[in-house]
Write a protein that binds this ligand. Structure first.
Ligand code: PDD
Length: 274
């Protein structure tokens, strides 16, 4: 098994991270997770352009051009002969003595690894989700490696026998701890707009496009969590979970939601374009 550090592909055992990397000191970095289906990275360009946008928002220079990054990532996928799985990569603000003040001269560090991964068929019938306050910062649109609000929410969900945490800010539903949230009511799809309060998921963007092509109206508006009680259907989307139905909400509100035709249709359309 090989990993990538900057431009070198190394056996995992030989790869070391510098203790002064700002990723360790400050969580000062950004990342992407890309799905690999049949040896091909899915939506690679969309992920790379989101990485570039995260980098820009954080005044963090990417160490290589998008084209160079693509070549490096593809060579790692090939080297590890990953058929189905994910590639994780991150860029941190590089190695420097610990200091909150960053220099614009520090060279960013790129690291990447692959993971073998198969969809969990058991989740296809739906998952339980845990409703909890969104305690994250106000730039959730940036895919940073700072994920404390997310990991605490995920743990809380698991401690309550739920597969995912669904977060709300002052009762407005935002997104999952590692996914986006969609509701269906009267055949219309509802989701939080792509503001600073959520990550604009690549799967989210693809699902919205598939829905529109199918003549399903999509309304991107904030809504309070009480609407969960009136939803006809609900699902989450992410690179790893694809489109996964929600069948039970627990926590501040408890409700059961059936798996319905819109979710099924979108899931079929999503699978067909892979
Ligand atoms: N998580 N919202 C959050 C907070 C996320 O962390 C993710 C993805 C998404 C969905 O984005 P996408 O469709 O581009 O995967 C939404 C990844 C998979 C992770 O951290 O593992």
């Amino acid at each position: 098994e090989y990993v990538l550090i900057n431009q070198s592909i190394l056996p995992k055992e030989e790869a070391y991270i510098n203790i002064n990397d700002r990723g360790y000191h400050f969580g000062d970095g950004i990342y992407e997770v890309i799905r690999i289906y049949e040896q091909k990275p899915f939506a690679l360009d969309l992920h790379l352009s989101r990485l570039a946008s995260s980098a820009e928002k954080l005044d963090l220079p990417l160490p290589y051009s998008i084209e160079e990054l693509k070549v490096l990532l593809l060579s790692l996928v090939e080297k590890n002969t990953i058929t189905n799985g994910t590639i994780y990569f991150q860029v941190t603000r590089g190695i420097a003595p610990r200091n909150h003040l960053y220099s614009r001269e520090t060279e960013s560090t790129l690291t990447a690894f692959t993971q073998v991964f198969a969809s969990d068929k058991q989740l296809e019938d739906g998952i339980h989700v845990w409703l909890t306050p969104d305690i994250r910062w106000l730039r959730c649109d940036i895919k940073t490696i700072n994920l404390l609000g997310n990991v605490l929410a995920k743990r809380e969900a698991a401690d309550n026998q739920c597969h995912e945490a669904i977060m709300h800010r002052d009762r407005i539903l935002t997104e999952g701890s590692s996914s986006n949230l969609f509701l269906v009511k009267d055949h219309v799809l509802y989701t939080h707009p792509a503001t600073n309060l959520i990550l604009n998921g690549i799967t989210r963007q693809i699902v919205i496009q598939l829905a529109l092509n199918e003549g399903i109206d999509v309304i991107e508006e904030p809504f309070p969590f009480d609407v969960l009680e009136h939803a006809d259907e609900a699902f989450i989307t992410s690179t790893s979970m694809e489109i996964t139905p929600i069948n039970q909400v627990k926590g501040e509100l408890t409700t059961t939601i059936p798996l319905g035709p819109v979710t099924k249709r979108l899931r079929d359309l999503f699978k067909n374009q892979l």
